[in-house]
Design a protein around this ligand. Sequence first.
Ligand SMILES: C[S@@+](CC[C@H](N)C(=O)[O-])C[C@H]1O[C@@H](n2cnc3c(N)ncnc32)[C@H](O)[C@@H]1O
Length: 256
Amino acid sequence: MRLTIDTDSKTLVVESAAERPELDLYGKEAFERISDIWLKMSWNQKYSYTFTWMGRPIIQHPEDLVRLQEVIYHVRPDVIIETGVAHGGSLMLSASLMKAMGHGRLVIGVDVEIRPHNRTAIEGHELFPMIRLIEGNSVAPEIVARVVSHVTPVDKVLVILDSNHSRAHVAAELQAYQALVTPGSYIVATDGIMREVHDVPLGKAHWASDNPAQAAEDFAMTHPNFVLETPAWRFNESPLNKSITAWPCAWLRRRV
Ligand SMILES: C[S@@+](CC[C@H](N)C(=O)[O-])C[C@H]1O[C@@H](n2cnc3c(N)ncnc32)[C@H](O)[C@@H]1O
């Protein structure tokens, strides 16, 4: 595909075997077309590896963090479970929102390897009293049982899957954690962007089918109590309606 941006004529020309539209450069469709390619470029530049949350690196695309914040504020979970801790920034995001809302009691982080310097920094953080760290494979039955032991029947629970992003691992995580998600809340299979970036320099060809978005779509087909549904934007005075996201096909809302 060839994209020609002409700032003098204020047009974007998209050329492919299938089409050759000439778009208003400042219109919605041109914005969406350029955002799609910008997202792939930003992924290849590791743009999401440039942010911190309350002092801890958080490996996420910023729009996804703002959308996640909207959901957490709206759902008001008592417990947030996240697989994939890394440096701990995403645990701090969840804990900081709970503290600011004055609602929510626990953030559980599961990681197969919590490196000593990350553990020291997380355990020394002012939000650590709201956090439990569990080290081990997120789909190992004994690890899932340890997570379950921290949840009570009255807790409203949100689950974020951000560990190993293979289709098989995410499918196993969805199976292992789905029962914990309360109706109206979500299980979020992050990083479906892998499907879109299989053809960029840092991507891998097999990601075209081996990715979290595929696992979430498979899960939704076989679990009618969940619906694959990007949460509605809570505010929108723009013509836009499409997220610029590294989490396409990620949000599984539990219906009942
Ligand atoms: C993308 S990072 C998590 C980023 C973090 N959620 C954030 O937003 O900053 C992925 C993490 O998943 C962990 N991981 C990989 N395979 C895993 C598994 N089978 N079980 C649990 N954690 C795993 C890795 O050790 C790594 O720390």
